[in-house]
Design a protein around this ligand. Structure first.
Ligand code: PLP
Ligand code: COI
Length: 343
């Protein structure tokens, strides 16, 4: 199959319009059959639920070309489960069983020419989402919804790829206790836009959010969970009910324990102890594992021993093992790799 003529190795994290997307509509209490379309435009009421009260949830996962030439995606069952959780929290009707994976499989297959080749360092980002499309003026859920899935080829989320980044402790809070921090809803990102623009203007790549209750504990960044490596080379991971349960982070914890023999501790991580860690990394579908070399906290600098030049040894081992599994170089745990097209 002919690939698109793109400079795969130099893609950033930006939207490129691929050929096909999947659309299904929910009307009269049921999802229709759905199918592929080339139409990327959406016409809706000026009063659609998504436009008035931000009733929308989404997912993010990636498809890869493996070393042996298959097109695969990574643990879509977990994205499906998390989308269901997000829908339930925002009163959005859940998809029929199997529909999520069907949409992902159909869109990726139809856009096979857009899946970056093995070895390019790029991947195909898949964005499934559901939004309220019918008119709503009193505060209540919409009656009609649309589920769409599009894809776009992407490179590294942070400029410079695997170079350590500098992040700041945000003055803003991301998620209230008992709020919506644990689901993947557009509203969690709308509120982060002023904070991320501020951070970028100050020269930082991301914001670290603290727990809003006490502002003493590390939660996560705007688009990734956080990992630390301690002085013994073990993994310490912030635990909180208001962070997004990252699929990458859960996979890394498994890899750390079962492939690398590291100890993994999920616990409250206090800002006051962060300077004692040797390495820090951000993890997520988009971020993969992005090393953090420096945290700025209101006039105080925290520099990690791993420095600003390259990833530290623990993050590097985790990165190599995780991406090795995703690209078919290392045997994956049962059920982690979903083959979309055979070689
Ligand atoms: N945290 C936030 C706020 C995110 O937006 C993401 C991205 O999906 C993650 C964490 C990482 O989650 P995952 O590894 O499932 O992509
Ligand atoms: C992802 O990693 O899939 C996300 O949704 C993060 C977003 C900031 C791009």
């Amino acid at each position: 199959m002919d690939k698109k003529n793109l400079d795969w190795a130099n893609l950033g994290f930006a939207y490129l319009k691929a050929d096909w997307r999947y659309v299904s509509n929910y009307r009269n209490g049921a999802w229709d059959e759905g199918g592929l379309t080339q139409d990327d435009m959406i016409a809706m009421s000026e009063d659609a639920g998504v436009l008035q009260y931000a009733q929308t949830v989404f997912e993010g996962l990636k498809a890869y070309t493996t070393e042996d030439g298959r097109i695969v995606c990574f643990r879509p069952d977990l994205n499906d489960a998390r989308l269901k959780m997000s829908c339930e929290r925002l009163e959005i009707p859940v998809l029929p069983e199997g529909r999520f994976t069907e949409a992902v499989t159909k869109v990726v297959s139809a856009n096979a020419a857009w899946v970056p080749p093995y070895g390019s360092g790029a991947s195909l980002y898949i964005r499934p989402y559901i939004f309220g499309i019918s008119p709503v003026i009193g505060v209540k859920p919409a009656e009609e919804y649309q589920f769409r899935t599009f894809v776009t080829p992407v490179g590294p989320y942070f400029k410079g790829g695997a170079k350590p980044i500098s992040v700041k402790i945000s003055d803003f809070d991301r998620a209230a206790p008992r709020g919506t921090g644990h689901i993947k809803a557009g509203l969690n990102y709308a509120m982060s836009l002023h904070a991320i623009v501020t951070a970028h203007n100050e020269g930082f790549s991301e914001n670290i959010y603290l727990d809003p209750g006490t502002r003493t504990k590390i939660e996560e960044t705007g688009g990734a969970n956080i990992l630390f490596a301690d002085g013994d080379g073990n993994l310490v991971v912030p635990r909180s009910d208001s962070i997004l349960p990252s699929i990458t982070r859960r996979s890394i914890e498994y890899v750390a324990e079962h492939y690398l023999g590291l100890k993994v501790t999920e616990r409250d991580v206090y800002l006051s102890e962060v300077g004692e860690f040797k390495e820090c990394g951000l993890c997520g579908t988009a971020a993969v594992i992005s090393p953090v070399g420096h945290i700025y906290d209101h006039g105080k600098d925290i520099w990690f021993e791993s420095g600003m030049e390259k990833m530290g040894p623990v993050m590097q081992k985790l990165y190599d093992t995780l991406t090795g599994i995703q690209l078919g170089r290392i045997e994956a745990p049962e059920g982690w790799i979903h083959t979309i097209c055979e070689a």
